[in-house]
Design a protein around this ligand. Structure first.
Ligand code: NAD
Length: 321
């Protein structure tokens, strides 16, 4: 049976599609706002449409009877980041509501949802567990909490799992599928190395080891494997316990500061990254790092190192910028 991947032409989506389409029939549903067709394998069908349109979704499910949906389509950046929620709401919240309603009409009962570590907000120094209270500090995080809430309201009627991805980096073995978004830290580091301008490290006075914000960077190939495992779990015919398994962290579990990442990128590229310190960005937490206990119990743990992820992204940057 077919698995639909919304947002499949995006950075993470393309990696998921490459992996998932080796074992399953896959159809990509994407409005191509940030997605690119040249990231996708030729044998995968693509339907152009938007999750903001119930008609587009009904046409999709009418054409392709599906076993389930991997839902990655979303807006992750906005020009006024992070203040203006209006940019995120139609894609990230109305989109989820439309999708689950269309799935219900079509009798499709499995859903993997691309959630984010942004649901947690500022977590302090302890690695964050899934049961930590959800107190996002920016509107993007609010939309992801809302997406999870809409999905969990379907309870046992929908086998669903939210993958709370931390900071996804790398290009892996699909070098044309690197993150090209305008706001990612790693693209900004590479831009500073190749074309300028110099990198501005936002915030140097956080209560962290070196004053820069601490994050959990995870290789996009580990994230793609997490989706594949999620599809396996949702396809298991045994009874599903929605309360216990509603969400899982997808991270590396490693504490990496922005300055650490700058140093690793410099080492990989063989050059020093030109940077200066700037003011904190509103809506950025000091530290967010995953506890991977539940992920490991579900066999969703990471395998790759950050250096491998950065090296694959750098290779892709050099070839395709
Ligand atoms: N990149 C990260 O570090 C990260 C971290 C946590 C969560 N996420 C989430 O993972 C998902 C994928 O992120 P990404 O980094 O690949 O982003 P991306 O922008 O590269 O991919 C998003 C894809 O969704 C498509 N899309 C956007 N709006 C759509 C709509 N209304 N209808 C149909 N398609 C639409 C885009 O064209 C694109 O192909 C998103 O839900 C994002 O919020 C990403």
């Amino acid at each position: 049976m077919t698995w639909i991947v919304t947002g499949g032409a995006g950075f993470i989506g393309a990696h998921v599609v490459h992996l998932l389409s080796r074992r399953h029939e896959v159809v990509v549903f994407d409005n191509l706002s940030t997605g690119r067709l040249d990231r996708l394998p030729g044998h995968v069908a693509v339907v152009k449409g938007s999750v903001t349109s119930p008609d587009d979704l009904d046409t999709l499910f009418g054409r392709y009877p599906a076993a389930g949906v991997v839902h990655l389509a979303a807006c992750k950046t906005a020009p006024e980041f992070p203040r203006d929620a209006r940019h995120y709401w139609p894609d990230n919240v109305d989109g989820v509501r439309n999708l689950v309603a269309a799935m219900t009409r079509a009798g499709v009962g499995r859903l993997l949802f691309a959630s984010s570590a942004a649901v947690y907000g500022d977590t302090g120094r302890r690695r964050v567990r899934e049961r930590h209270r959800l107190r996002p500090v920016n509107p993007y995080g609010v939309t992801k909490v809302e997406g999870e809430r809409i999905i969990s309201a379907y309870g046992g009627a929908l086998r669903s799992l939210a993958l709370r991805q931390f900071n996804v980096v790398g290009a892996g073995s699909h070098p044309y599928a690197a993150d090209t978004g305008p706001t990612g830290l790693l693209p900004a580091v590479f831009r500073a190395l190749t074309d300028g301008p110099e990198l501005v490290v936002r915030g140097h006075d956080y209560p962290t080891r070196d004053g820069s914000a601490v994050r959990d960077y995870v290789h996009v190939e580990d994230v793609a494997r997490a989706y594949l495992r999620g599809v396996e779990l949702l396809s298991d015919p045994r009874p599903w316990s929605p309360r216990r398994r509603r969400a899982v962290n997808v991270g590396s579990g490693e504490r990496t500061s922005v300055l650490d990442l700058v140093r690793i990128a410099g080492r990989v590229a063989g050059a020093e990254v030109p940077f200066r310190s700037g003011a904190r960005r509103a809506g950025d937490a000091a530290e967010v790092v995953a506890d991977l206990g539940r992920a490991r119990r579900m066999s969703i743990g990471p395998r790759s190192s950050l250096t491998e992820a950065v090296a694959s992204a750098w290779e892709s940057w050099r070839r395709h910028r």
